[in-house]
Design a protein around this ligand. Structure first.
Ligand code: AHR
Length: 500
């Protein structure tokens, strides 16, 4: 059976310019993301800074633009000064978030060197769990003040003369979550975040600040939390955060493939709440949203793994082999982010390496691309210019989790400079081939230069160390009739077409 849908393209109906900062990612001191992930001094391809050059290469190819660091839950007990200065003087500590022994041989200076080589901006997270205003100011002085003060000169004595000029700062992490070290009520956090923001702006007026929203749409305090914390800090911050993880093992495949619909509703709700607070306090300013953690996460499977692992350095935490179905979902979540380009300021795929990683490594061995790597890399490379307000006309289907959702969905970007048109499509039907009829309208002269699809007869297929290219994009089938284009969509697939 074939499911058909149609899409009309009008290059004049623009939602917003593509925001390149939605192609962010996240490096946390969690599991093997840092140690034996991005950094492994004893690895045969480690560079002069002990950084894995194979991973750096994959990160650049992935097209990541900004990377959040150093946590995550980890940051809420982190003392940043433990991770700077001569290595022998750095203390080994216990990280209670992941029950891990933290050697602190990697810290801000190492991360900044890595970020420069990876060609990404830094998004720094502050510890507002066990710490507060004085430490935020200290870290900001160390990172961004040129010289002549204790902490800026300390940075210089560590070999970094010029300030880092880190612009983007998260005011804590998931402070609404009872699992967070130093978890706070909305009132407590709202006040602390406002005080911290005010102080940071006194030191460096150019910082861009992200306030913690809820850790997910299913948190019991979702909505109320945003209202309260924004009530305290609205005028002092630039963005409010949201986090979204989708666990394939907690729902049917039909619901799981519709995760992009859920994300769209969640983002819409956060934006509406933020705007309501803005209206209430009579502010002319509009906040952006920072989806600074999102991904597929087999969380249920790993729920009890922390305590059972004992206290170790760089244990394997949440290292799953992402499947074709996961890749289809990641591709469609990116489509949602593109469509929300007008209000999403930053988004970070969590995480970059090993723990929930889009890239995997073997200690002393190879690095490889997970299945979810491919839709991310293709979208980051080809979503250029503006997102068009194109709507798909086609059938829907019922899901247990999210009600009726479209079987076929598509997002279109158009680059005025090159003329390139990119079409990103998901077919959520797992047993039916899809057909998307595209009316190119005034772009009828455009020709298909590339049409690839991420699909497989086995939606559970994944890349592994032994078979790193089991899941790769493959050429898709398309046909042309005048200004109409027809794209064939494999069952349960994510596809991308580039026209020029
Ligand atoms: O990304 C993994 C964890 O998920 C982060 O540390 C935390 O912020 C979230 O709960």
């Amino acid at each position: 059976m074939t499911v058909s849908a149609s899409l009309a393209i009008d290059p004049g109906s623009v939602i917003a310019p593509v925001n390149r900062r939605i192609f962010g990612s996240f490096v946390e001191h969690m599991g093997r993301c840092v140690y034996t992930g991005i950094s492994e001094p004893s690895h045969p391809v480690a560079d002069e800074d002990g950084l894995r050059s194979d991973v750096l290469e994959l990160v650049r190819e992935l097209g990541v633009t900004i990377v959040r660091y150093p946590g995550g839950n980890f940051v809420s007990g982190y003392r940043w000064e433990d991770g700077v200065g001569p290595e022998p003087d750095r203390p080994t500590r216990l990280d209670t978030a992941w029950r891990t022994v933290e050697p602190n041989t990697f810290g801000l200076d190492e991360f900044a060197r890595w970020a420069a080589k990876a060609e990404v901006d830094i998004m720094m997270t502050l510890n507002l769990g066990t710490r507060g205003v004085p430490d935020a100011l200290d870290l900001l002085e160390y990172a961004n003040y040129p010289s002549g003060t204790r902490l800026s000169d300390l940075r210089r004595s560590h070999g970094r003369q010029a300030p880092y000029g880190i612009r983007t700062w998260c005011l804590g992490n998931e402070m609404d979550g009872p699992w967070q070290l130093g978890h706070k009520t909305a009132e407590e956090y709202g006040r602390l975040a406002a005080e911290t923001a005010r102080a940071m702006r006194m030191l460096d007026p150019d910082v861009e600040l992200v306030l913690c929203g809820s850790s997910g749409s299913t948190m019991p305090t979702f909505g109320v939390w945003e209202e309260v914390v924004l009530g305290h800090a609205y005028e002092l911050v630039d963005m409010i955060s949201a986090h979204a993880y989708y666990d394939p093992e907690t729902m049917s495949i039909e619901s799981f493939l519709a995760s992009g619909v859920d994300l769209d509703r969640y983002l819409g709700n956060v934006i509406a709440i933020a705007d309501r607070v803005g209206d209430r306090i009579g502010s002319a300013k509009r906040l952006s949203l920072s989806l600074d953690e999102w991904n597929v996460w087999y969380l249920q499977r790993h729920m009890d793994e922390g305590p059972s692992l004992g206290w170790r350095e760089a244990p394997r935490i949440s290292e799953d082999n992402y499947t074709v179905a996961d890749a289809v979902v990641v591709g469609s979540l990116l489509m949602t982010l593109l469509r929300r380009s007008d209000r999403v300021g930053i988004a970070c795929l969590a995480q970059l390496v090993n723990s929930l990683g889009v890239i995997r490594t073997a200690p002393g061995g190879p690095a490889w691309r997970q299945a979810i790597y491919h839709p991310f890399a293709l979208t980051a490379a080809n979503a250029v210019g503006s997102v068009l307000a194109a709507t798909v006309d086609g059938p829907g289907y019922a899901t247990g989790e999210y009600g009726e959702v479209p079987v076929i969905d598509a997002v279109v970007t158009h680059d005025d400079v090159t003329g390139n048109l990119s079409i990103f499509v998901v077919n959520r039907a797992t047993t039916s081939v899809g057909k998307l009829r595209v009316d190119l309208g005034e772009l009828g002269g455009h020709q298909v230069r590339e049409y690839v699809t991420v699909a497989d007869d086995d939606l559970g297929a994944a890349n592994t160390e032994r078979e790193p290219d089991r899941v790769v994009p493959s050429p898709g089938i398309h046909a042309r009739d005048g200004h109409r284009l027809s794209l064939e969509l494999a069952p349960g697939s994510w596809s991308f077409a580039r026209l020029a």
